[in-house]
Design a protein around this ligand. Structure first.
Ligand SMILES: [Zn+2]
Length: 363
């Protein structure tokens, strides 16, 4: 798959890496490889022709077996496909499968917004390799620098690719609670990523935000001919959720404030999540990108299934607490009428009920 290619590419000599970044034109490649072959002065014309021929042969041998397939794979691969969901807004839809060495932790939706002067990245993916693939996808569209990387929240499928962008020295933007959560969870996240991906986790590491936003505030950044509003939310999916709106196309990047098909995940506050969803519904937007799942359904009706799911958990958990049902029993009783509606239900549902129960028992 593509990411296998990616790993091979990153281990190739520098001149092939150059081809894999923006300098994809053959002229720069010829220069790189041509200069690698010495051409001693004072040789005869035959020698000159020989060296020129050898240089061209080296160029052909070096480029054709690798670069052309790589470029084709980059352009055509389903494994790291990007879609322009609104003008200048490109999304890569992550996989529902558990993270593994085969998928490099490519589980969350990630993407970027291209302005006249620079690019904003929304989430960097679940590993350094995914971040690299995203960066290459950006380079297939524009040579503008990445000036912002927005980390939607603390979950590792959304941020472990950030190191792939550091060479461009972007501002890295997170919620004010993100640094604290990374400090609390980061070591565990690094260990479990290494456990699940093995060598495929290479290069993945925690990168702290360089700029943070307080809950309830917004910040507008200019990408050149295009302003983008970043909003920090009160506790909902996590206590450090950010969303982004590209104001010129009314495109809302939700992170995990919206799940489509993939079981919604509750890692903070169920009443808060429902309140945030109510606010989100009132936004007049034309396009949206969920944190998981596709953007095919109309807005805001696409939020209905997630809202029904959390409302059911809320109602049934409150009832269970009133009936003195213990948590260990409640997790096996609450919300199961929703099981057939969601992918990965068995993996996440009990944890959601646990989070809701421990919040609601103090009401
Ligand atoms: Zn999440």
């Amino acid at each position: 798959m593509l990411l296998d290619w990616k790993m091979k590419i990153t281990q190739m000599p520098v001149y092939l890496q150059v081809n894999n970044t923006r300098s994809e034109d053959s002229a720069s490649a010829e220069l790189q490889i041509g200069t690698a072959l010495p051409f001693p002065g004072g040789r005869s014309c035959d020698d000159y022709l020989f060296y020129k021929f050898a240089s061209m042969l080296a160029l052909v041998l070096a480029l054709f077996p690798f670069v052309l397939p790589v470029k084709q794979v980059l352009a055509q691969s389903v494994a790291f496909a990007i879609e322009e969901i609104a003008p200048g807004n490109y999304v890569h839809y992550g996989s529902y499968a558990d993270r593994s060495p085969q998928n490099f932790g490519d589980n969350a939706n990630v993407g970027f917004i291209v302005g006249d002067t620079c690019v904003l990245v929304f989430d960097s993916g679940g590993s350094f390799a995914v971040g690299q693939a995203l960066r290459n996808a950006i380079r297939s569209v524009t040579d503008k620098p990445v000036c912002y990387v927005v980390i939607s929240h603390v979950h590792p499928d959304h941020f472990f690719g950030t190191a792939a962008f550091l060479a461009e020295e972007p501002e890295i933007i997170g919620h004010e609670n993100l640094p604290l959560q990374l400090a609390a969870r980061g070591r565990h996240y690094e260990m479990t990523l290494a456990r699940d991906l093995g060598d495929a986790s290479e290069g993945s590491r925690i990168v702290l935000p360089t700029k943070t936003l307080a809950a309830g505030t917004t910040m507008t950044v200019a990408l050149g001919g295009r302003d983008v509003e970043i909003r920090a939310w009160a506790p909902a999916h996590t206590d450090n959720d950010l969303s982004v709106i590209d104001l010129s196309t009314s495109t809302l990047w939700l992170g995990d404030l919206l799940f489509v098909d993939h079981t919604p995940i509750l890692d903070s506050n169920i009443t808060g999540f429902l309140a945030v969803m109510k606010e989100l519904r009132e936004l007049h937007i034309r396009h949206y990108i969920p944190g998981h799942g596709r953007s095919d359904l109309p807005w805001p009706q696409v939020m209905d299934p997630q809202q029904r799911y959390f409302e059911l958990i809320l109602t049934e958990t409150r009832q269970a607490i009133r009936d003195n049902v213990r948590l260990m029993d409640a997790v096996n009783q609450i919300g199961y009428s929703q099981a057939q509606n969601w992918v990965n239900f068995e993996t996440y549902h009990r944890r959601n009920v646990t989070t809701a129960y421990t919040e609601l028992e103090w009401e």
